[in-house]
Design a protein around this ligand. Structure first.
Ligand SMILES: O=C(O)CCC(=O)C(=O)O
Ligand SMILES: [Mn+2]
Length: 276
C-alpha cells in the first residue's frame, strides 16, 4: 500500500530527478527498438555478429565464411523465388574433349555491356538484373557485407539432390582477372564445399618441403594444410579472395545423403575488356 502511495506521489509531484529518470527510460526504449529494426534489416550487422570466420590459406589466399549471413526466414523466401522463377537450364559442356550434361542446373545474370562468359566450351545467355529483381536485393546485402566489392555478374547453380555436383575446378577464367573475389550464398539443402591446394611445382612451399629434414616432410604430408572443408548452411556466405583461384581448386562433391534441392548464387566481378 505504501509503495502504491509513493508511486502516486511521484506521478503527481514529479521532481527533476524523476523526470530525468523517465526520460532516460524512454530513450533506452527508443534505442532498443531502433537496434532491433537495424539487426533485422541490415545484413552487414548480421554478418558482424554471426560468427564470421576468416581462414588464411597462406600465400595470399583467403576464405571468409559466415554461417548465418541471411536469416533463415528470408533465406527460404529467396529459395522459393529462385527455385520457381529462375530460367534454369542444364547445358551440355565439354570436359577433357568430351560432351556431357553439366551435373546441375545453371543460370547466368550480368550487367549490360560486359564481355561474355565462356566456360567448359559453353557460353551462357546473360539475363539482366531487371529480369530477376530479388537478385538485386541479394547483391545489395553482399555489397554491404564486403566493403569495396563491386560484383557485376552472377552464376547460379541448382543441385536437385546429392547426385548433382560440381567437380574440382578453379574460377580462373581471364574475365575475372588475376585475383578475383567470389561471394557465394547457399540456400536449402546443406552440402559440403571442399578446397584443395593445386600442386605448384615452383611454389615456395614445395621448395621449403624439399629443404626440410625427412621427418618433417612426413609430418607435412599427413597434415590437413592442403585441404579445407565447409558445410555450406542454408543462408550462409562463403567468400574466396586473393590467390585462391590461382592456388586452390574447389568442389561440391556428390553426397548420397543429400536428398533435397540446394541453390547457390555466386557473385563475381568481370573486368572491363579494354581490347576493343
Ligand atoms: O555451389 C557451390 O557452392 C559452388 C559453385 C561453384 O563453384 C561455381 O559455380 O563455380
Ligand atoms: Mn567455382
Amino acid at each position: 500500500m505504501k509503495a502504491v502511495k509513493t508511486l502516486k506521489n511521484i506521478f503527481e509531484n514529479p521532481t527533476k530527478q524523476t523526470l530525468d529518470f523517465a526520460g532516460c527510460l524512454f530513450w533506452i526504449g527508443k534505442m532498443s527498438n531502433r537496434l532491433t529494426t537495424y539487426i533485422n534489416t541490415n545484413p552487414n550487422f548480421i554478418k558482424e555478429n554471426q560468427n564470421r570466420k576468416t581462414i588464411d590459406l597462406g600465400e595470399g589466399s583467403e576464405i571468409i565464411y559466415v554461417p548465418r549471413f541471411v536469416p533463415s526466414d528470408q533465406s527460404w523466401k529467396w529459395f522459393d523465388y529462385l527455385d520457381k522463377e529462375i530460367p534454369w537450364v542444364r547445358p551440355t559442356i565439354q570436359v577433357y574433349g568430351r560432351s556431357c550434361s553439366q551435373p546441375r542446373d545453371t543460370c547466368y545474370v550480368a550487367s549490360k555491356g560486359l564481355q561474355g562468359l565462356r566456360y567448359s566450351g559453353y557460353t551462357p545467355h546473360a539475363y539482366s538484373w531487371d529480369e530477376c529483381p530479388p537478385l538485386k536485393d541479394i547483391l545489395a546485402a553482399v555489397h554491404e557485407a564486403l566493403p569495396g566489392s563491386s560484383f557485376n555478374s552472377l552464376l547460379l547453380n541448382k543441385y536437385k539432390n546429392g547426385s548433382d555436383y560440381v567437380a574440382w575446378h578453379a574460377d580462373d577464367e581471364k574475365v575475372y582477372g588475376p585475383t578475383p573475389e567470389i561471394a557465394s550464398i547457399s540456400f536449402g539443402c546443406e552440402r559440403d564445399f571442399q578446397l584443395r591446394r593445386r600442386p605448384a611445382k615452383n611454389s615456395s612451399l614445395v621448395q621449403a618441403a624439399h629443404e626440410e629434414p625427412p621427418s618433417k616432410r612426413i609430418k607435412n604430408r599427413v597434415s590437413q594444410n592442403n585441404q579445407q572443408s565447409f558445410v555450406l548452411k542454408h543462408g550462409s556466405l562463403l567468400v574466396m579472395r586473393g590467390n585462391t583461384q590461382r592456388d586452390w581448386l574447389h568442389s561440391v562433391p556428390k553426397r548420397a545423403k543429400a536428398d533435397a534441392v540446394r541453390i547457390n548464387v555466386t557473385f563475381r566481378h568481370i573486368i572491363e575488356d579494354k581490347s576493343g
